[in-house]
Write a protein of this length. Structure first.
Lengths: 109, 119
């Protein structure tokens, strides 16, 4: 089974920009992996931010964006806010099988 | 408003059976899939499987095939996750989540059900 890897932790300054990535042991991540991104704060359920690489839900703050970058899926946060401090997970699809990444703990400091 | 409301926390002993639930409201329950996701500190989020309540088409992740049973009762807009014989390693938070298709990820999530298995 594929393994999906993310940076274990990242730090961003308030108002700054940071990019989280999602990599696959099977090779380059493409739109065919239908990357998803989720945000989870302590004690809460995950919340879906991005689907199918770059699409946002109505509740997704505009400062979040999804893309493919250098063979990986990427989540970029532009203009970080204190409330963005959370764990972020990606999800990739492999011909229907779904695999989550290990998560990135994002600190806004 | 779309809501997925899960049943409450459970404390069970090894070998006992358990069925937890996820009730959908605010949308057409039979037109969306319901996924189940396990979360543990050690392994993070894990995709367990997904069901289409409209016809009970169910797809399990290989890691969970044979370990759990996913079902749904469309008459009461409720999906279920059940174990026949719990193990300590089943201790986890379990989330249900709505997905627009069988090959899609989730858009809306339930609040989670904490299952603790301990002798």
């Amino acid at each position: 089974q594929a393994v999906v890897t993310q940076e274990p932790s990242l730090t961003v300054s308030p108002g700054g920009t940071v990019t989280l990535t999602c990599d696959s042991t099977t090779g380059a991540v493409t739109s065919g992996h239908f990357p998803y991104w989720f945000q989870q704060k302590p004690g809460q359920a995950p919340r879906t931010l991005i689907y199918d690489t770059s699409n946002k839900h109505s509740w997704t703050p505009g400062r979040f964006s999804g893309s493919l970058l250098g063979g990986k899926a990427a989540l970029t946060l532009s203009g970080a806010q204190p409330e963005d401090e959370a764990e972020y997970y990606c999800l990739l699809s492999y011909s229907g099988a779904r695999v989550f990444g290990g998560g990135t703990k994002l600190t806004v400091l | 408003e779309v809501q997925l409301v899960q049943s409450g926390a459970e404390v069970k002993k090894p070998g006992e059976s358990l069925k937890i639930s996820c009730k959908g409201s605010g949308y057409s329950f039979t037109h969306y899939w319901i996924a189940w996701v396990r979360q543990t500190p050690a392994k993070g989020l894990e995709w367990m499987g997904i069901i289409y309540p409209g016809d009970s088409d169910t797809r399990y992740s290989p890691s969970f095939q044979g370990q759990v049973t996913i079902s749904a009762d469309k008459s009461i807009s409720t999906a279920y996750l059940q174990w026949g014989s719990l193990k300590a390693s089943d201790t986890a938070m379990y989330y249900c989540a709505r997905a627009p298709g069988g090959d899609y990820g989730p858009d809306q999530w339930g609040q989670g059900t904490l299952v603790t298995v301990s002798s």
